[in-house]
Design a protein around this ligand. Structure first.
Ligand code: PHE
Ligand code: NA
Length: 511
């Protein structure tokens, strides 16, 4: 049992770091447009159901998985899942399941961050534009300004700055790097979020008396059972995975820096609560009502462009817009940065533990790795003169939405069915509140795996129907210059998965 790994410095530091991990662009950029696109109030019903059926059980399982692996000196998914799986099956089969999990986590942490880091760069760039009034000129549409922005080489400056900040934080280690940044950025994020939410709620509509922000609140908070459908439910459950950072390996990685008897039950629930407060109360209350007041019901439906196109439109017509704009984009930046650190740290731990390279050096290896995988994301709009971002979308469809479900499914099955009672015993060690046996038997063993498996089944079905499994997806056939970017994205995902499998398998064998 190699155990000279670093530990978290304090309870509050740990919780803020975990909250920083979970609270990300998912809360403020992804949640509002997902909710808006899927009928507002109709989205929140499956959302809460998925939170209870999947979010809570998988979160508990991941904290437990991480603390267990950490005890053996491991912070990555391959060896972690192997260690738990071998309790119930032969070491040989456990190694295969472990390597598969390691491959999935490797693909997610490398490739989700490849585009996430770019978006963090945009948030930094847009913070700068807010302060300098870069999108205030009403002669140009905010859509054109955004397209110009992502097609200009200046995106690389802010992207590199963000990457540099991440590398510097990670080289300093768990306590001095991750924890101290979270202690600074998370409180500031909450303050900015609260200011924006209050501003949002006190906004009348200058454009149309029918569009006040309170109407916008009603739009999202009015549960409309008649609009419930499969697509909204899939999107809601996918959002639960993304927003809680589950199925990515990064919660388990952070939990690997716990001490063997540190509580995991209350801490998991605290992480979920902090994330949901930021998502529903701040994300939901600031963004949707502001957009509604200025843009009406059509405006909130803007999809991905909501943050970077619709909101700047709002900021330029509101008093103090440059300040509120800066608060908004800095909030996005802090949210993104503290999540990206977790992915960065996952890969750094992998290099550190498997290749025995010192953290200070390992972090720079990862820095260069992220530059390479991030380049196509940044280059696509510049080279193709389009703004479809098909490479980003392709990678996100696989690693940011689909593979998470597979990893989550493996994790709950290993905990519930291979470790069985031992998993519950482990989970409750050091716990202030203990997870009752009935909850474990019902939720971890049955409800969560069945729910995730169902989700995976229907996601696969929709992916097939939407053409994601076609060699050349139908959505690019009429834009031939984009085909290489989609196909390229796909090849990158496959290559990274294979490399991750081999790497994890070797790591498990050597352990
Ligand atoms: N939970 C994160 C979020 O809501 C997901 C994430 C983590 C994405 C790390 C990228 C990097 O944004
Ligand atoms: Na989140």
């Amino acid at each position: 049992m190699a155990n000279n790994r670093e530990n978290w410095g304090s309870k509050i530091g740990l919780i803020l770091a975990m909250a920083g991990n979970a609270i990300g662009l998912g809360n403020f950029w992804r949640f509002p447009y997902q909710a808006a696109k899927n009928g507002g109030g109709a989205f929140l019903i499956p959302y809460f159901i998925a939170l209870v059926m999947i979010g809570i059980p998988v979160m508990l399982v991941e904290w437990n998985l991480g603390r267990y692996g950490g005890k053996y000196g491991h912070g990555t998914l391959g060896p972690m899942v192997y260690l738990q799986a071998r309790e119930g099956i032969s070491p040989k089969n456990a190694a295969i399941i472990g390597a598969l999990s390691g491959a999935l986590a490797f693909a997610v942490t490398l490739l989700v961050n490849s585009y996430y880091n770019q978006i963090i760069g945009w948030t930094l760039g847009y913070s700068y534009l807010s302060v300098t009034g870069g999108y205030m000129d009403t002669a140009k549409s905010t859509g054109d300004i955004f397209v110009n922005y992502i097609q200009s080489p200046q995106i690389f400056i802010f992207w590199l700055l963000a990457l540099l900040g991440l590398a510097l934080a990670v080289t300093r280690g768990v306590q001095k790097g991750i924890e101290s940044w979270a202690k600074l950025m998370m409180p500031v994020l909450y303050i900015f979020g609260i200011i924006l939410a209050i501003r949002a709620l006190t906004l009348g509509s200058p454009i149309n008396p029918d569009w006040s922000s309170l109407k916008g609140l009603n739009y999202i908070w009015n549960p409309d059972f008649t609009k419930l459908n499969w697509k909204a439910s899939l999107a809601a459950a996918g959002q639960i995975f993304f927003t809680l950072s589950i199925g990515m390996g990064i919660i388990a990685n952070y939990a690997s820096y716990l001490k063997p008897d540190d509580d995991v039950v209350v801490s998991s629930l605290a992480t979920i609560s902090l994330n949901e407060f930021a998502e529903i109360i701040l994300g939901g209350t600031a963004v949707i009502p502001i957009a509604y007041a200025f843009l009406g019901p059509e405006g909130v439906n803007k999809g991905v462009g909501l943050s970077f196109i619709a909101l700047p439109n709002v900021f330029r017509s509101m008093a103090g817009g440059q300040i509120f704009g800066a608060l908004w984009f800095l909030l996005l930046f802090f949210a993104g940065f503290t999540s990206a650190i977790a992915m960065f740290n996952y890969l750094t731990a992998l290099v550190e533990e498997d290749l025995k390279i010192k953290r200070s050096k390992a972090a720079w290896i990862i820095f260069f790795g992220y530059i390479i995988v991030g380049l196509p994301v940044g280059l696509e709009p510049i080279l193709t003169k389009t703004a479809d971002l098909v490479y980003l979308t392709e990678v996100d469809n696989w690693v940011g939405s689909y593979l998470l479900l597979v990893l989550g499914l493996i994790e709950v099955i290993v905990a519930g069915w291979l470790m069985r009672e031992r998993a519950l015993e482990e989970l409750n060690r050091g716990a202030i509140w203990k997870v009752p046996t009935w909850f474990f038997n019902l939720f971890v063993k049955i409800i969560a795996p069945v729910a995730v498996a169902t989700l995976l089944f229907f996601s696969t079905k929709t992916y097939i129907e939407d053409g994601y499994f076609d060699m050349i997806p139908s959505f690019v056939v009429d834009k031939p210059q984009l085909i290489p970017w989609v196909v390229g994205g796909r090849i990158v995902v496959i290559v990274v998965l294979i490399a991750g499998f081999i790497q994890s398998y070797i790591s498990i064998k050597n352990n």
